[in-house]
Design a protein around this ligand. Sequence first.
Ligand SMILES: Cc1cc2nc3c(=O)[nH]c(=O)nc-3n(C[C@H](O)[C@H](O)[C@H](O)COP(=O)(O)O)c2cc1C
Length: 151
Amino acid sequence: MPSLSWAEMRWLRQRWPGKLLIKGILSVEEARQASAEGIDGIVLSNHGGRQLDGSVSPLELVAEVRAAVGDAMTLLLDGGFRRGSDVLKARLLGADAAMLGRATLYGLGAGGEAGVDHALRLLHAELDRDLGLLGCSKLEELDDSLMRESR
Ligand SMILES: Cc1cc2nc3c(=O)[nH]c(=O)nc-3n(C[C@H](O)[C@H](O)[C@H](O)COP(=O)(O)O)c2cc1C
């Protein structure tokens, strides 16, 4: 919606007691503002109505945004996540999770519901294997010391 502004988000926040996340944030300033407005989480994404191919990549922003908003805010991102190692990089940089669009859509096109299951299983297996290659048995064991190895 072209007229959507922080005033509308404030209006929504006052009326919606549940979790409220904004998708399409692409700057540290906007992330700070979302936090100040009491928004529970943000999705760094260049797909939220801003499909410019030259816009900043969410992965490039995530560490800076996490540092700006602190640990309490839910921080998701999407755009181009195709492999388990992509997700690990996002986690290492400060994201809580990565979201998938086309990775599952391709599975759907190739094999319907079973294709989506297959795509998710592939990604899960990669995630598991790549964690092992980093010497970790679960996501919570990832820490900054691994950054050089996984980038
Ligand atoms: C066919 C299609 C339609 C989409 N429609 C919307 C939309 O209406 N609003 C939106 O915020 N994002 C939309 N997206 C973007 C996805 O929600 C998601 O942000 C994006 O696909 C993530 O990137 P990825 O496909 O590389 O995983 C769409 C994506 C696809 C593939």
